[in-house]
Design a protein around this ligand. Structure first.
Ligand code: KIV
Length: 275
């Protein structure tokens, strides 16, 4: 069902009003993000680090993603829901990629995101042929953490920059409706943004992209690890939540919770003492 932001609307924002995308992994998170008026919600495979307690995204399966996409979809957001295709769900070829992406669409995604450039063109074409909108993802692609030797900024040298440019153009030609640029120098992101006909959405890629994306837990201070330099934290919710639970624990221990108002009473007691 299409009753919010659509893929063609996102595509048409190239060079226009900046796109805002944030991750969400469950119904309350999606409701919170949607109430803030974001354009896109990414059910990222970063659910691995932020919700499931893994160190990287390589552990996430299509079953995991399907469950989280369905939870986000139950929020019935105006924002377009995009789902990450997890590692190995599109690496064995176009046919299995279409099957796996189809599961995420049936769970409620309005499009899927995959990592990589020219290597993935066959998959992008098969997905778009199957009418599944695809978002690309270039630069610091977390599913390549082993090959990259860690989470390192990409595209710092001449050849690497040229490869990124070519990958971005090839993805756009293959039919992606937007491209996430992650962990690359701002000038490189700017030049890619100026050269491709689809919106770029940056994370750690400077301010000249057509939009920005951040991880829900990073922006709201819900994580337990220090955040990368490209994150701006707008709240410290983990700290606030621990403090709130601590106050409740104090009230339980000193007997002030629950109060009479927070308790149910027998009818004769209520008649004597109406509250
Ligand atoms: O999974 C994720 O959170 C992402 C964003 C970092 C773009 O892919």
């Amino acid at each position: 069902m299409v009753n919010g932001v659509t893929v063609p609307e996102v595509r048409a924002r190239k060079g226009g009003r900046r796109l805002v995308m944030i991750t969400a992994y469950d119904t309350p998170g999606a409701r919170i993000a949607d109430a803030a008026g974001v354009d896109l919600i990414l059910v990222g495979d970063s659910v691995a680090n932020n919700v499931l307690g893994y160190d990287d995204t390589l552990q996430v399966t299509v079953d995991d993603m399907e469950r989280h996409v369905a939870a986000v979809a139950r929020a019935h957001t105006r924002a377009l829901v995009v789902a990450d295709l997890p590692w190995l769900s599109y690496h064995s070829g176009p046919a299995s990629a279409v099957t796996n992406a189809g599961r995420l669409v049936r769970a409620g995604a309005g499009g899927v995101k995959l990592e990589g450039g020219r290597k993935r063109l066959g998959v992008v074409e098969a997905l778009t042929d199957a009418e599944i909108p695809v978002m690309g993802h270039l630069g610091l692609t977390p599913q390549s953490v082993l090959a990259m030797g860690g989470f390192k900024v990409q595209g710092r040298g001449g050849e690497a920059i040229a490869r990124l440019q070519e990958d971005a153009s090839a993805l756009a030609d293959a039919g992606v409706f937007a491209i996430v640029l992650e962990g690359i120098p701002d000038r490189v992101a700017q030049s890619i943004t100026e050269s491709v006909p689809v919106p770029t959405i940056g994370i750690g890629a400077g301010r000249e992209c057509d939009g920005q994306v951040l991880v829900f837990h990073d922006l709201l201070g819900l994580g337990h690890l220090p955040v990368p330099r490209f994150v701006r934290q707008y709240a410290s919710l983990a700290q606030d939540a621990s403090a709130a639970i601590g106050r409740w624990a104090d009230d339980v221990r000193d007997g002030s919770f629950p109060s009479d108002d927070e308790s149910y009473h027998l009818p004769e007691q209520a008649a004597r003492d109406p509250r």
